[in-house]
Design a protein around this ligand. Structure first.
Ligand SMILES: C[S@@+](CC[C@H](N)C(=O)[O-])C[C@H]1O[C@@H](n2cnc3c(N)ncnc32)[C@H](O)[C@@H]1O
Length: 433
């Protein structure tokens, strides 16, 4: 697999090393995939996602099998062995092939002096089988701080959350309500031989029995549907959109919710979509183009309103803040390696700062929806409580929802292995003067 110089496993080990050094899979995987022929790319993707997902289990085992850590310049071989252990423990691949190809990849990485070590460690791992996990961090394959934080925040649910984070997420679609009724599109999927069902809570959502490439979805390129988790789709049910409103999506990229807003109400006066990332903002335009929708895009720090705001207040604001993404770990298992406990307090400060700034440009009588894909209360209902303490005129609206749990200041969805991601929403209204 792969070419002679760059076998698949050597490439996977390089990707894992980049993740350990702070790059996300969405940054470092695409260039790695481009080094392989199309038919081998799904295998590389599965290796990297799987190794990230089970990193804390596999790394514990590997460390216990090594007499001493590898030297820093040889660190890539540590990752090469993790990739192999992932396959030994979690894939159908024949063990002898895993061993042979890993030793070959070690040579291709120009580390012939380590082939003996790699061979010895993997042979022992094969012979002795998986070890009993040493602690909850290894058992649930999460960093210790996440396990402890979840145990503290969710004493009844922490194990369920950790298990859900390790499950494969379903592929969920949002039907473009301007083009198709959900039932109509379910019919098209059935004709195409794609098994699917309506989502329970999101009115335009469809969950597929098994993921498929988007080009197999009927009329995808023409904007019939988008890929979006059910929890993310719920934002439009909270926004109380009506024709003529001026709507702001303050943290918009890649535009999933911007498009959902435009689809759910055809005659909005204007939708302004802001994102501070010059790399991510073009994704919003791509999604708008495919769906044949229009929004005003601005690259800016939403909180620096003096730099981008024209002075006309908004009827509706969606504030989908940057967060730990702890609710979407099943879709982005690299978060386990990338996020630090020390990230959360600075994130909370950014979240509260954005909320303050957006409140100032919301029309009296207007509504603001605060959203995160986090399961940490520090980024969720505690932010809303802190905000409401400062902003005593803010009206906290309790949405009538069948989903999630009422946290007293917003609703929390925990990740559900059978359906939606972990998410948080709160709805605030500004009183008329
Ligand atoms: C959770 S993502 C948004 C996802 C998006 N709403 C969707 O549904 O597709 C958060 C986004 O906020 C952007 N961001 C972070 N800080 C920002 C700021 N101060 N102003 C504007 N955008 C910001 C990030 O670049 C990122 O794209």
């Amino acid at each position: 697999m792969g070419d002679r110089q760059h076998p698949m496993r050597a490439i996977a080990a390089g990707v894992m090393l980049s993740v350990e050094n702070g790059q996300s899979l969405s940054q470092c995987l695409p260039p790695a995939l481009n080094r392989l022929p199309a038919n081998e790319r799904p295998v590389l993707q599965a290796l990297c996602y799987g190794t990230c997902r089970w990193f804390y289990r596999l790394d514990g085992e590997l460390n216990s099998r090594l007499k001493k850590p590898l030297r820093k310049p040889d660190r890539i071989i540590h990752h090469l062995m993790l990739v192999a252990l992932f396959q030994l423990r979690f894939s159908q691949q024949a063990n002898y092939a895993v061993l042979n190809e890993t030793v070959e990849a070690c040579r291709a990485l120009d580390k012939p002096h380590l082939t003996g070590l790699v061979n010895g460690v993997l042979r022992a791992a094969e012979r002795e089988g998986a070890q009993e996990p040493a602690d909850d961090a290894a058992r649930f394959s999460h960093p210790v701080w996440m396990v402890e934080k979840l145990r503290h925040n969710w004493p009844e649910d922490w194990q369920h959350i950790l298990d859900a984070n390790n499950a494969q997420a379903p592929m969920t679609l949002r039907v473009n309500a301007l083009r198709f009724a959900r039932d109509e599109y379910l019919g098209l999927l059935a004709e195409a031989g794609i098994e699917a069902k309506a989502t329970r809570f999101a009115p335009h959502g469809i969950q597929l029995a098994t993921p498929v490439p988007v080009d197999r979805l009927p009329w995808f390129a023409d904007g019939a549907v988008s890929v979006q988790d059910e929890a993310a789709q719920l934002c439009t049910t909270l926004m109380d959109l009506a024709p003529g409103q001026r709507v702001l999506d303050a943290c918009a990229a890649p535009g999933g919710k911007t498009c959902a807003i435009l689809e759910s109400c055809g005659e909005l006066a204007e939708v302004v979509a802001i994102d501070e990332s010059a790399d991510r903002l073009p994704r919003v335009q791509e999604n708008l183009d495919r769906l044949d929708l229009n929004a005003t895009l601005k690259q800016a720090d939403a909180a620096a309103t003096e730099q981008w705001w024209d002075g006309e207040a908004f009827d509706r604001i969606l504030l989908d803040v940057p967060c730990s993404a702890s609710g979407v770990i099943r879709r982005h298992p690299d978060i386990k390696l990338l996020r630090r406990e020390s990230d959360i307090t600075p994130l909370a400060a950014i979240q509260l700062g954005l909320l303050d700034a957006m409140w100032a440009i919301l029309k009296p009588g207007g509504r603001l929806v605060y959203a995160t894909c986090s399961v940490f209360p520090q980024e969720n209902h505690r932010i809303i409580q802190r905000f409401c303490k400062q902003q005593t005129d803010a009206i906290l609206v309790e949405p009538e929802a069948q989903w999630g749990r009422d946290m007293g200041a917003g609703r929390q969805l925990l990740p559900d292995p059978d359906s939606h991601d972990g998410f948080f929403y709160a709805v605030l209204e500004k009183p008329e003067p």
